[in-house]
Structure formats: structure tokens, C-alpha cells
Design a protein around this ligand. Structure first.
Ligand code: NAP
Length: 317
């Protein structure tokens, strides 16, 4: 029997794609999200990849609901060795145009949802003395992006939370690992699910990657327990530039202007269906509307896989 992974935000995009990758590697997969329809579709993906799935409806803002969801999944599948916090959402627009309730919702789901998921995962893993928690963060932590103030702040908090918690776990010599991954922009339904105050739908800031590239990075983080991991050369370069030359980084971002971040894009016009406050009643998907220009390969991930193989760790085949 394989091991067990639990994924919040498992009904769509990156979480759903990651679920299928774990299933193909022989894992049993627990999926948590608010929408029952999306969860059923993601469970079908897991089964098509040869895995066994269990689903539980819960909102990551509801701690008691998350505890119950995790307990139901463990009853069905067995103890979880990996927990992935992938639930998240976004609101696009100038800070002054974003209503307080929307800013708060992004912060609570994207940051506190990760904290709540981590709390439940630790309550299961600490007594067992092992396990890996992967928090899906973002390249925006290296320099906040305009028109994404709530998201930038929430993701920066996710990173700092992981850094602090990792040291607390080291104090007690725990073998539970906390890994934070920093994906680039990904071609998922995230942008259709976001609220936009721009007057036109949201779109990713290029370069955009296909979800399976990033999901493989999440899988690798779970296998290696790396404390922090960028998942593309572009994010690694952005991280380096913002560390070495923060003023220059800010000025490059400023030069892109508003249009450089969110120009009108025909692909974004299809299917906007915000899910910030409630799940979609439309069928969920792994991919978004930006596939034409999305990259199918990350040189950084290729090098990491080579390194993991040479080092003899358990990586992707
Ligand atoms: N797409 C990108 O460019 C990108 C880049 C970097 C990082 N990320 C991060 O990757 C993660 C996954 O995003 P994605 O791109 O896959 O977007 P997505 O397709 O919109 O998926 C978001 C997932 O989160 C779930 N979710 C949203 N609010 C929730 C809540 N309150 N409680 C429980 N589940 C909730 C959604 O399911 P329900 O609606 O059914 O609840 C869905 O499964 C997010 O943390 C995002 O910030 C994305």
C-alpha cells in the first residue's frame, strides 16, 4: 500500500494537478476544498492515474471543519505522511479600489488558510514524529507586485511563517519538515477565479508555466523536504535580483506600468467566474486559458531532478 498525501485546494489547478502526480507515483490522495463538484473531478483524475482518492468538503478558514476533513480522510486512507497547502485566491486592482472585505478574504484564505492547514497537519504528524508539510507560496514574496497587494502580503506572510515554524521544530528536534515553494505564474483557472477591479479580467504576468511543471516541483519539495524552493529559473533570477538590487527591482517593475502587469488579453476574457467568496458551480479544471504561450519545461526543475538523481535521493523518474 502506498503512502498518503492530503492536499487543500485539491479541486482545481495546481492542487488537482499535484494530486494526479502523487497518484501516478502510487500515493493515496486526500483532497480538500469547498466545491464538491471540483473535488469529484479531481478524485476521478487520481483514479485515472491509478491511485485511490478520498475527498472532504471544507473551507480552510474553518479550523474545526479542516480537522474533521483530515480525520475523515485518514479514516479512509490511513495516516498522512505529506500535507500540501495549495488553497488560495486573488483580487486584482489598485489597493484603493479593493474593498476591505475582499482584501481580508484573500489574506484569510491564502495566509490563515495555510496556517490552519499547517496546524492540523502538525497535530497529526508531531505525535508520529514524522511528515512533510509543503506550503505553496509564490515568486511575489521576493518583491510585491502592484495590483496584487493583498496577495503579495499574504504570500510574504506564508514565507515568514514557514521560516519561523521550521526553527521551532528544530528546537524540539522534530523530524516533521516544512517546505515552502515559490512557483512562477502558472496556467491554471486562478485568474478566472480571481476578482478584478481593473475593468478587464486578470491574467498572469509572463512567463507562464504549465501546471504539471510546477506540480512536479511541489512533488519534489515533498520528497526532499527542502526548506525553500523556487520552481523556475525566472523566479530564481527574480529572487537574486531583488536581494542584490532591491531598488533596481522595484524600478524595473514600476517601468512595466499598469498595462505591463495586466494588459487586456483575449484569452482572459473567457469564463471569468470569481470564487473568492464561494466555490464555482462550473466544472473545475487543471489548466487555464493561457496555454498557448505557457512553458512546458523549467530548466531549473530539470537541473534539480538531475541533482536529486545524482545525490541518490528519491526524486521524480
Ligand atoms: N496560478 C498561478 O499563477 C500561481 C502562481 C503562484 C502560486 N499560486 C498558488 O497556487 C495555489 C493554487 O492556485 P491555482 O493556481 O491552482 O488556482 P485555482 O485553480 O483557482 O485553485 C484554487 C484552489 O483553492 C481552493 N480554495 C479557494 N478558496 C478556498 C477556501 N476558502 N477553502 C478551501 N479551498 C479553497 C479552490 O477550491 P474551491 O473553490 O472548490 O474551494 C481550488 O481548489 C494558490 O495558493 C495560489 O496562490 C498560483
Amino acid at each position: 500500500m502506498g503512502q498518503v498525501v492530503i492536499i487543500t485546494g485539491g479541486s482545481s489547478g495546481l492542487g488537482r494537478c499535484t494530486a494526479a502526480i502523487f497518484a501516478a507515483q502510487g500515493w493515496r490522495v486526500g483532497l480538500i476544498a469547498r466545491g464538491a463538484g471540483g473535488l469529484a473531478a479531481a478524485a476521478a483524475d487520481v483514479e485515472a492515474a491509478g491511485g485511490i482518492a478520498a475527498v472532504a468538503v471544507a473551507d480552510v478558514m474553518d479550523s474545526a471543519g479542516l480537522v474533521a476533513a483530515a480525520a475523515a480522510i485518514e479514516r479512509a486512507l490511513g495516516p498522512a505522511q505529506v500535507w500540501i497547502n495549495a488553497a488560495g485566491n486573488g483580487v486584482y486592482g489598485r489597493f484603493t479600489d479593493v474593498p476591505e472585505a475582499e482584501f481580508r478574504q484573500v489574506t484569510e484564505v491564502t495566509y490563515l488558510g495555510t496556517v490552519n492547514g499547517t496546524r492540523v497537519a502538525l497535530s497529526l504528524m508531531r505525535p508520529r514524529g514524522q511528515g512533510t508539510i509543503v506550503n505553496v507560496c509564490s515568486g511575489v514574496v521576493f518583491h510585491g507586485l502592484p495590483l496584487m497587494t493583498s496577495y503579495s502580503g499574504a504570500k510574504a506572510a506564508v514565507r515568514a511563517f514557514g521560516q519561523a515554524l521550521r526553527i521551532e521544530l528544530a528546537f524540539e528536534r522534530s523530524r516533521v519538515r516544512v517546505s515552502t515553494v515559490f512557483p512562477p505564474a502558472v496556467n491554471t483557472p486562478f485568474f478566472n477565479h480571481a476578482i478584478s477591479h481593473m475593468g478587464w479580467p486578470a491574467r498572469p504576468v509572463p512567463p507562464v508555466y504549465q501546471p504539471d511543471v510546477v506540480a512536479r516541483g511541489i512533488y519534489m519539495a515533498a520528497m526532499t523536504g527542502r526548506p525553500e524552493m523556487t520552481i523556475s529559473g525566472t523566479v530564481a533570477a527574480f529572487a537574486l535580483l531583488s536581494r542584490l538590487a532591491p531598488v533596481l527591482t522595484g524600478s524595473v517593475i514600476r517601468r512595466l506600468g499598469v498595462d505591463g502587469h495586466l494588459t487586456r488579453d483575449a484569452a482572459a476574457d473567457h469564463g471569468a467566474s470569481p470564487t473568492v467568496f464561494a466555490p464555482s458551480d462550473k466544472p473545475s479544471a487543471v489548466h487555464g486559458a493561457f496555454g498557448e504561450r505557457a512553458r512546458r519545461w523549467s530548466s531549473q526543475m530539470g537541473l534539480r531532478r538531475l541533482y536529486v538523481r545524482l545525490a541518490g535521493s528519491r526524486g521524480l523518474s
